[in-house]
Design a protein around this ligand. Structure first.
Ligand code: NAG
Ligand code: NAG
Ligand code: NAG
Ligand code: NAG
Ligand code: NAG
Ligand code: NAG
Ligand code: NAG
Ligand code: NAG
Ligand code: NAG
Length: 420
């Protein structure tokens, strides 16, 4: 798990953190199986930011923290055929659960179900609708080796509907073998940040930050292409292959190649809007939003409408810089097809950020069988091909003229003989 929170949410979190709202209790669940040995262990902290409608018909944000009286009724050990389940109940009718699935080698969180009860007047003093509200979110936890314990001290965020769920100090092992919690840890990438080129010279930089090298080495190579995809259930709904290079113009220009090996894709598919969020695991977040439009003369096309970039301070996750441009009208192709552009393209987000894309191939809608549909290629995809085409066309034209001239010539002379 790594920090995954929109800049909006991050700023909100920072505010909350500053106000000391983070006082929360750790939850600990240890399940035993029929033979009285541990089959599942989990200890973590969590907190919820909920946006709800008030009786005066506006929206308010509230924080729901865990109380000391947490029960874990309904939790299940799980086995090869049944998902494991950690279910907890807390406060005035709130509950939270996550189920885990396993393969022969790994286990991972499947879905998180969260129910908050707006009857809890301490948290929702003026809620318009009273009663339980349930949301179900796909867990973003990556697969963990069986017989490894997953540990993540860093905060992880899950945003869905009107709720941001925040988890931290997480230790979990599902499908525990032989009743012993493993000594082998699987750490989340966010816990082992590698100080790398995203440390930017901020005006507010303090002496605790490592000094920024005066000559920033420019990556001369083009970025490696990454294959990213999103799923809806178990069906792939968005495909993107692209090499990404972020061009930051701050005090001095800086090029950051996004490393696909550490980058995790997240986002949402929809019928008319699709969002691909990339987190490079190294404090850079890039989001692409695609929408569908009707084309005059019939049919529908998709295009890239919005791109945003967020740079985080890798030490504490605070936002160094954020930029958003929702005025793009690029990468368009008919719905049901894909868009391809091998040459380098530049997306100018603002005066500070540009993104250079390489070897782009994207299909944000109507992906069939995990595969790209026929591609519309960007115009003049490759200049080196254009010249031979022009020369070729000119030659073909010349040949056609010669042939026509020859035929006319022959006709004329033939006609000439006939008159004789
Ligand atoms: C399970 O084991 C614990 C300690 O090992 C013991 O206190 C408890 O009585 C056992 N429960 C059952 C149902 O055997
Ligand atoms: C509540 O939070 C959301 C996002 O986290 C923000 O957009 C909104 O402005 C906040 N609303 C209030 C009333 O603070
Ligand atoms: C668990 O749920 C059952 C049935 O709903 C109930 O009888 C029991 O008291 C609950 N236990 C706890 C610890 O809440
Ligand atoms: C996990 O829980 C979700 C929500 O309740 C459910 O849709 C899904 O089928 C469960 N997964 C498994 C493998 O049981
Ligand atoms: C909204 O609910 C609060 C708390 O119950 C109450 O004090 C307030 O008068 C209500 N406002 C309206 C407009 O109903
Ligand atoms: C669990 O016990 C079995 C039999 O004693 C052994 O073969 C296996 O390696 C053990 N697994 C782990 C993860 O310790
Ligand atoms: C990305 O996908 C393409 C085509 O499916 C494949 O050739 C390439 O090896 C993949 N790249 C990586 C890094 O997986
Ligand atoms: C980076 O952006 C600056 C202007 O913002 C531009 O002058 C420069 O050519 C760009 N560099 C690359 C490699 O795209
Ligand atoms: C994060 O670190 C930066 C630089 O050290 C500092 O300016 C900023 O205030 C910190 N933010 C938080 C929320 O601690």
């Amino acid at each position: 798990m790594e920090p995954r929170c929109s800049p909006r949410c991050l700023l909100f979190l920072l505010l909350l953190g500053a106000c000391g709202f983070f006082q929360s209790y750790a939850v600990e669940v240890e399940l035993k199986d029929a033979s009285n040995v541990t089959c599942l262990y989990a200890k973590w902290m969590m907190s919820f930011l909920i946006n709800y409608e008030t009786n005066s018909s506006d929206y308010k944000n509230t924080t729901l923290n865990l109380s000391s009286n947490v029960t874990h009724n309904g939790s299940i050990c799980g086995n090869d055929t049944q998902a494991a389940l950690v279910a907890v109940q807390f406060g005035e009718g709130h509950s939270w659960s996550v189920n885990f699935t396993k393969t022969n080698e790994t286990y991972q969180g499947d879905f998180i179900t969260f129910t908050y009860n707006t009857n809890d007047t301490a948290v929702f003093p003026d809620a318009k609708r009273k009663g339980p509200v349930t949301i179900v979110v796909k867990d973003t936890m990556r697969p963990v080796q069986l017989n490894n314990v997953f540990v993540c001290h860093s905060a992880d965020f899950l945003e869905a509907e009107n709720v941001t769920q925040i988890f931290w100090n997480v230790t979990v092992q599902a499908f525990v073998q032989n009743g012993t919690i493993s000594k082998k840890e699987s750490r989340c990438p966010a816990d082992t940040p590698t100080p790398a080129p995203t440390i930017l010279p901020t005006t507010a930089s303090t002496t605790t930050l490592p000094p920024v090298p005066t000559t920033t080495p420019k990556p001369v190579e083009n970025p490696e292409s990454g294959n990213y995809s999103l799923k809806n259930g178990n069906k792939t709904c968005l495909l993107a292959t692209v090499g990404l290079q972020l061009n930051v113009s701050r005090d001095k220009p800086l090029l950051i190649n996004i490393n696909p090996k550490t980058t995790v894709a997240d986002g949402a598919c929809g019928n008319t809007t699709a969002t691909l969020k990339l987190n490079d695991g190294n404090s850079t977040l890039i989001g692409f939003t695609f929408v569908v439009k009707n084309v005059s003369g019939g049919g529908q096309k998709f295009y890239l409408k919005e791109v945003n970039v967020t740079l985080l301070n890798y030490l504490n996750g605070s936002v160094i810089s954020h930029a958003d441009n929702n005025n793009f009208s690029k990468w368009d192709a008919f719905l049901g097809s894909s868009y391809m552009c091998r040459k380098e393209q530049t997306l100018v987000i603002n005066e500070e950020f540009q993104i250079n894309t390489f070897n782009l191939w994207v299909q944000p809608f109507l992906v069939k069988e995990n595969k790209f549909s026929a591609a519309l290629e960007c115009s003049v995809d490759d200049d080196s091909i254009l010249i031979p085409i022009i020369v070729g066309a000119a030659l073909a034209g010349l040949i056609a003229i010669i042939v026509v001239a020859y035929i006319i010539g022959r006709r004329k002379s033939y006609a000439g003989y006939q008159t004789l």
